[in-house]
Design a protein around this ligand. Structure first.
Ligand SMILES: Cc1ncc(COP(=O)(O)O)c(C=O)c1O
Length: 274
């Protein structure tokens, strides 16, 4: 595979139909954080869509080359794998070569006060697509469901918006996972609701376990958010972000809670150790 500036064909299926997957990674000081975990998700997603994926070593080499070429150490890395170039019509065509693109750019740095005070979010009126239609465990190139919800957040100047499942259970944000703390336990939505198994979510669950904090992957509702002791979002981009307000209601004491702070500190330690 050559490293070049990409030209995307108008017949590329990712572009025409959202027929592909992507993954967002991050490098800290030149090292890709949790690369193996991202690779595992990418490979599983590719298998679910029956798109042949590149090997881990090859992909890592390409990313590191792109970082070097762009003189980046702390970077946002987006890997996209589209089914490839084929004719019009949705039927997947056999024998097409998948197209891999890598975007690297400096990591976005959020204002410090977001982490110090917590952010304001909303619960969206747009529901998450049910997993029987398109499983949210697939980080597919089709993000319209999230984009529609995001629109509401942007219009209301909210940091993020949370999508409920058809049945009214909390799933996740448009590009983040959500956690609540209740009775000292860390709770997040189970993936069978169509929630993406975020890599940051995975790291947070590992940290909580290490710290001896009880974990529950169980369905919960907006009532549980409104009455939570603490609440936070996680993603590769925002890491661990405390939430202060949801739907104009103050959560807990209206400041990042103890467990959120502890988990965030541990997360920062972990990513600087790697
Ligand atoms: C829908 C959705 N949920 C959760 C996440 C968080 O996943 P990760 O921690 O792997 O970045 C993302 C990340 O972009 C996402 O798009």
């Amino acid at each position: 595979m050559k490293l070049s500036l990409s030209k995307i064909s108008v017949f590329e299926r990712g572009y025409l139909y959202g027929d592909g997957i992507f993954d967002t990674m991050r490098s800290y000081n030149g090292r890709i954080f949790r690369f193996e975990d991202h690779m595992e998700r990418l490979k599983k997603n590719a298998r679910a869509l029956r798109i042949p994926a590149s090997g881990s070593r090859e992909l890592k080499g390409l990313i590191l080359k792109a970082l070097k070429k762009n003189r980046l150490k702390d970077a946002y890395i987006r890997v996209s794998l589209s089914r490839g170039k084929a004719g019009l019509g949705p039927a997947p065509v056999k024998g097409v070569e998948p197209s891999l693109t890598i975007i690297v750019r400096p990591s976005k740095v959020y204002p410090r006060h977001f982490y110090r005070k917590g952010v304001e979010i909303l619960i969206s009126s747009t529901r998450r697509m049910p997993p029987c239609a398109l499983d949210g465990k697939i980080k597919s190139m089709n993000y319209l469901n999230s984009i529609l919800a995001r629109e509401e957040a942007t219009r209301s100047k909210a940091f993020e918006t949370i999508l409920l499942s058809e049945e009214g259970y909390v799933t996740e944000g448009t590009c983040s996972n959500i956690f609540i703390v209740r009775d000292g336990k860390v709770i997040t939505s189970p993936s069978f609701l169509g929630t993406l198994e975020g890599i940051t979510r995975k790291v947070v669950l590992e940290i909580a376990e290490r710290l001896g904090i009880k974990i529950e992957l169980t369905p919960f509702t907006n009532y549980d958010i409104y009455t939570a002791e603490e609440c936070f979002l996680t993603s590769t981009g925002i890491e661990v972000m405390p939430i202060r307000i949801v739907d104009r209601r103050i959560i807990g004491k209206g400041a990042p809670g103890k467990i959120t702070q502890l988990i965030r500190e541990e997360f920062l330690n972990e990513r600087s150790r790697r």
